[in-house]
Design a protein around this ligand. Sequence first.
Ligand code: PMP
Length: 349
Amino acid sequence: MLPLPALEEAAQKLVDFEGSGMSLVEMSHRGKVYERVHNETIALFREILTVPNEFQVLFLQGGATLQFAMIPMAFLRAGDAADFILTGTWAKKAHEDASLVGRANIIWDGKTSKYTRMPQQKELSFTSGARYVHLCSNETIGGVQWASYPDTAGVPIVADMSSDILSRQFPWNNIGLVFAGTQKNLAPAGMAIVVIRKDFIAAARKDLPAYLRYDLHAENNSLYNTPPTFTVWATNLTLKWIKSMGGLEALERLNREKATLLYDLIDASGGYYKNPVEKASRSLMNVVWLLDDDGLEDDFFKEAERQGLSGLKGHRSVGGCRASIYNAMPMEGVRALADFMKEFMKKHG
Ligand code: PMP
């Protein structure tokens, strides 16, 4: 879900961008008008996420998935290792790609607990000299999120924040690189935002095809080639909406309230609805649950759909139910779902 004011402004300005007589998506990405939008978007992003000066913000294509490959290709030279914390589908995908490129050590795997929790600090030990440790900030499918990142004994963190970027305040200590596909909390698909520490840019391999080179993207302010201009503009509009909502402090408060409403309802349902995730690892963005009587699932989705509540099916790989309550989902939407879940339980309980 994207913020309605952002969608409305994009719709209103799509044909004639601010009196220019042209759509922004028809303009050259090297022209003054687009350049202003591009730079303003970077500046807004930096301001809202309080990105420190030693980092650069990049807009790249290929989604978060290209980052799974591009990061190890850029940072793992012969003999180098990276650590991976396997917390679910997305961390595993990143690990699979990195294994094709270099030494990708699994330092923790949540398999035995069916990926229903994040590890505790005492379960982690990092490979000395590892170039980075990869973690997935929020596992979109499993509904498991790091409440706060672990202490990695000085190994820089590479975080996949695809499904929780800009959802809460973010401490930058010990971060080497974060990345996120835009299509959850920011804009339509088509881009990944990468925030990369400048010493990481300097250390990245240069003997790679151009698009895979962080240094080229950084030197060219993400204009090495044609950027996805519509997605950048939509990101800009969403960032303005975040500011108007009071920034990340306010959004974090709202996101906690939204998630708490659903988790409390699930926990108070006497097992009618079940969330398999350990409480300390529950996601604020993706709330998953199972119906005690899974034979009722189809009815649940059908009746929900009739009330205008759509997209509640869990990911095809795991089944069950999932409410993705990203930033732009208002409290009313979550209340409507909670009311429906209570009604459904009364009717079929
Ligand atoms: N990481 C996470 C945490 C995701 O949720 C997703 C997409 N759902 C991806 C990576 C892959 O993103 P993309 O489709 O932009 O490549």
